[in-house]
Design a protein around this ligand. Sequence first.
Ligand SMILES: [Zn+2]
Length: 216
Amino acid sequence: MKIELGNIYFKSKAEAIRHTKKVVHDYERYIPITTESDRSTFELFDSLINMHPESTERIGIGVDYFFVKPNAITPRYGEINFRRIDGSTDNFSFNSCLKARSMKPLYEAMRVAVFQQILDRMPLFENHKTCLLCDNDYHLDNPKQIDHVIKFRDLVAEFLEQFISTDIPTNFADEKDTNRYKFKKCDEGFENEWIGFHGRKAQLRCICRKCNIKLR
Ligand SMILES: [Zn+2]
């Protein structure tokens, strides 16, 4: 499938991803990218963010400029960040823009895949009596919940960014009892890599439900 980004034409999504990855990798960190300073890169990033599945929310009031900064999880990789007109900043994953038709089934399967790993770490938090953020005691109305210090969506994005050469699963099985998507047997390689990545990179903490909801 041909694809146009900015004023560049690519033969396939894979080629567009390779090109974008190289631009991000090579770009000097923290330099504002505007239509005046570097029109072609600005237009490339601008086309990408407009293809993001949550583009309206991400763009918000409007992009002032883009910049590349070290990835929070793997600093030797860059990630595309941007500053909005109101001064707020955010990032986005170019893979989500180029690969995602709908990320929802993939996200859900990735959550299901690491569910047991998270449960296995629960005993570490057994002695935590108060919320790490608000310092309130846990109780039945406001119970203890496990939270990702680095957002789950950022872990997923970073993992997918590193999986350029591997096919990202697009078909999933339904889990019989819960009706949630899970990986098929043929995607076991992807699933195991993801579980390993999550095990190495995910930092978990215990916070109360109220704080957890506020973070969403
Ligand atoms: Zn709290």
